[in-house]
Design a protein around this ligand. Structure first.
Ligand code: LLP
Length: 440
């Protein structure tokens, strides 16, 4: 059995996380329930920062908040001294409400609205990561209207095909993101920015994809960018002060995954950047990265109560839980695989193989296929590991199922950081039909 972070089994045979009995958590807070191992998030954050410190490289580690954003999460990230990557007005609003230092926020996105741009500028955003020509012009014009200057990185697509699921692949030429490097779009963007009065180009950004296990893609992306820097230096007299190589570092969801230590990615990236800039005899740019999944993914565990069971002789045993694609859409969307155990009977013999079904009205709502488990019955607690990234943040109200609460646990302490949605919350934006018609 593979336990992440502080997860362990206590004397009752229960799964314990952060020194807290998860079975007691399920009783107290109900299920489904997301539980985050705060010590593990801190360990991951410090791991990234320490690697850069040891290498004596100027760096920023920005948490890609799309992986899991909430006020408490942003406060934890701020305490750890990281920067923050947001991709929407909603993430930015949450960060500002959390009191996150705005100069350490980077604003991403391939279609930022004028309203979002204004909101970020007025707040004093650290930088924008600009995705396309439309945004460049919109940003310069908005800055002029507001009389605010701002820093940007431009996002480029380096033309790298990283090995991961197609839907989470982003560095290839045929992508909706960024300025294409091959066809000269990035060069044109730099030339345009050089004519701008309010927008300054701090550096270059690239993100090749997500859940990547090899350093090759990052190294190739860095090489391609630095080859371009050579041309930009000679032809445009432009040298970036910042090189942001994105996120995407893979984590272990199941025994099939074999991630390398994050320090290895960082070391390889830094080493290739150093050797290229030495060749060019230019100053080493600041190196920024944006991990999301690798900071919070394996720190999250979802607890469910087991309910119904359906056995089809010689075919399959379905065991249903009280959540599903509404709290974890990744298996349905990407065929993502997870491991799980019975939290209340960790040491029991796994004497059957079952498939874990969600409760949504959709055949595709299956959380795990063919999972060895002890023979379970209703009210056993299923703990699904590694749900910390893109679980809560992609949760939805399909079938009008309320979203579960989120707990932070550490050293025996429990902190409720997101409340359970109620049925009242579910209907709070609905208006009765008569009123809607009268308003028209
Ligand atoms: N930076 C940029 C520009 C990104 O687009 C992303 C992820 C990240 C950083 C963080 O990547 P990470 O370190 O978390 O892999 N919903 C999908 C993942 C989508 C990733 C989108 N961008 C999933 O559940 O696997």
């Amino acid at each position: 059995m593979y336990f992440h972070g502080t997860s362990t089994v206590n004397e009752k045979g229960h799964l314990e996380i952060g020194g807290v009995d998860t079975v007691a958590l399920a009783e107290q807070y109900g299920t489904p329930l997301y539980v985050y191992d705060v010590a593990l998030i801190k360990e991951r954050a410090r791991g990234f920062c320490k690697t850069f410190e040891d290498l004596q490289v100027k760096a920023q580690v920005a948490y890609a908040s799309k992986a899991f954003s909430s006020i408490a999460m942003f406060q934890l990230i701020e305490e750890e001294g990281l920067s923050l990557d947001v991709v929407s007005g909603g993430e930015l609003y949450t960060a500002l409400t959390a009191g996150f230092p705005v100069e350490r926020i980077h604003f991403h996105g391939n279609n930022k609205s004028q309203h979002e741009i204004e909101m970020a500028l007025k707040a004093g955003i650290g930088c924008f990561v600009v995705d396309n020509f439309y945004e460049l012009t919109l940003l310069e014009e908005t800055c002029r209207d507001l009389q605010i200057k701002t820093n940007i990185l431009i996002r480029v697509t380096p033309g790298i095909e990283a090995h991961t699921h197609d839907y989470i692949l982003t560095g290839q030429e045929d992508s909706k993101f960024g300025f294409d490097l091959q066809s000269g779009q990035a060069d044109e963007a730099i030339k345009l920015i050089q004519t701008f009065e309010y927008v300054s180009l701090l550096g270059i950004h690239s993100h090749i994809g997500s859940q990547i296990f090899e350093t090759t893609g990052f190294v190739m992306a860095a090489e391609k960018l630095l080859e371009k820097v050579k041309t930009w230096k000679e032809e445009l007299n432009y040298i970036p002060k910042v090189l942001n190589l994105g996120g995407g570092f893979g984590i272990r969801y199941t025994a099939e995954d074999d991630p390398i230590p994050v320090a290895d990615y960082v070391k390889e990236i830094v080493s290739v950047v150093k050797s290229k800039v030495d060749e060019m005899k230019i100053e080493l740019p600041e190196i920024w990265i944006e991990p999301g999944r690798s900071l919070v993914g394996d720190a999250g565990t979802t607890l469910y109560s087991i309910g119904s069971r359906k056995e089809i002789p010689n075919v399959r045993k379905y065991v249903a839980v009280d959540g599903g694609m509404s709290d974890n859409i990744r298996p349905a969307l990407y065929e993502a695989k997870y491991e799980a155990i019975l939290a209340n009977r960790v040491n029991d013999t796994k004497d059957e193989v079952v498939s874990i079904a969600g409760k949504c009205c959709e055949s595709g709502d299956m959380l795990i296929w063919d999972l060895p488990l002890p023979k379970s019955s209703s009210d056993d607690i299923l703990a699904v590991f590694c749900t910390g990234a893109y679980g809560y943040s992609m949760a939805n109200n399909y079938n009008r199922i309320p979203r579960p609460p989120v707990l932070f646990v550490e050293n025996g302490n429990i902190d409720l950081v997101v409340k359970r949605e109620t049925y009242e919350d579910i209907i709070k934006l609905d208006l009765p039909m008569k009123q809607t018609i009268q308003q028209k």
